[in-house]
Design a protein around this ligand. Structure first.
Ligand SMILES: [Cu+2]
Length: 335
């Protein structure tokens, strides 16, 4: 967190990032943290009390200011800005023919104006690239390749005509994490799809995924996902991006971005370990509808199940942060 973020906070924009908590091998209990600091593991999860290993860069934010303003900043979602803290997402093009794959290229320019080349690895990748249609009907989770000189390259197909939001989720080598967003367009006739009604089950690729728990604003709560196929529980979910699940939540209406991961790496429990369910502690930045996209891996393939979840007005932050801090001290994210 830094002064820029605090100032941005005053205007109601900023970044929220959620972190998972430690997963057991069999019963994956996650923890999620809302914070302004991107995916740097412990940067943002204690709104009112900075973690001792808070990797805030630069050291120019006094502890007092940090503590005073962090709570406000931590409630600000990510992905709403194309430029933040001096970093800017710069696509080569923003108009793509629907249904046609293109070599989509972009850079992230840093505070000095030149393309950023030094990234921290988070969840096994230097940069996560998420593309969603503005109606939340399409979701792509991609991992661009470095093409040199700070240029990222990925094959991208916008599936149908419409407006899209592309998110770059990354941590600069010497700064806190960011999620920047930019609009993309696929010209043509389009019929926006209505947001599906809230549901606790989703089907994908022959799997049925069931969600239990709740998502609320104000306090972290637990979401647990279990997968079945042909009426039988799937008990051997495979590691994906160093964990047993990968969850992106987007707020309906503005696509505020919440990137949620279970804490604890799959590698920490053995590279051939599996899980029978995956859980997250999640806190919504506001009441309202969210679309959740759960990536899970089984049978060597990544599948994505999507849920609409209505977040209720939660109780105030009482207790939630203390609870989170306890969980978080126990397990780092193993970046
Ligand atoms: Cu990713």
């Amino acid at each position: 967190m830094n002064e820029n973020l605090v100032k941005l906070g005053a205007y109601g924009v900023g970044l929220i990032v959620l972190f998972g908590a430690a997963l057991g091998a069999g019963a994956a209990a996650g923890d999620v943290v809302a914070g302004p600091a991107g995916h740097t593991a412990d940067a943002g999860h204690l709104p009112a009390s900075p973690s001792p290993d808070d990797p805030s860069p630069g050291g120019h934010d006094a502890v007092g200011a940090h503590a005073t303003h962090a709570e406000t900043a931590s409630d600000l979602p990510g992905g709403l800005q194309v430029s933040q803290n001096g970093y800017t997402l710069v696509p080569e093009t923003t108009v793509l023919t629907p249904g046609e794959p293109v070599d989509f290229r972009f850079t992230v320019t840093g505070p000095d104006g030149s393309p950023l080349t030094a990234y921290q690895v988070q969840h096994e990748k230097k940069l996560h690239f998420i593309v969603v249609s503005r109606d939340l009907g399409e979701f792509l989770h991609l991992h661009p390749e470095e093409a040199g000189d700070g240029v990222w390259s990925v094959e991208l197909t916008l599936p149908r005509a419409g407006a899209y939001r592309a998110f770059a989720d990354f941590v600069p080598e010497d700064a806190t994490g960011l999620t920047l967003g930019v609009d993309l367009f696929a010209p043509g006739d389009q019929t926006p799809r209505p947001l599906p009604k809230p549901s606790r089950t989703a089907t994908v690729d022959g799997y049925t995924v069931t969600m239990t728990g709740t998502l609320a604003s104000g306090a972290a709560d637990t979401l647990v996902f279990e997968v079945s196929r042909d009426g039988r529980p799937v008990t051997d979910l495979q590691p994906y991006l160093g964990a047993f699940g990968h969850l992106v939540a987007l707020r309906a209406g503005d696509l505020a971005y919440l990137h949620v991961h279970p804490e604890g790496t799959a590698a920490a429990t053995g590279s051939d370990s599996t899980a029978e369910r995956v859980a997250f502690h999640a806190k919504a930045p506001s009441p309202g509808d969210y679309r959740l996209f759960l990536d899970f891996k089984h049978g060597g393939t990544v599948h994505t199940a999507a849920f609409t979840v209505h977040a209720e007005q939660g109780s105030a932050d009482h207790g939630a942060d203390a609870h989170e801090s306890g969980d978080h001290e126990s397990g780092d994210h193993g970046h």
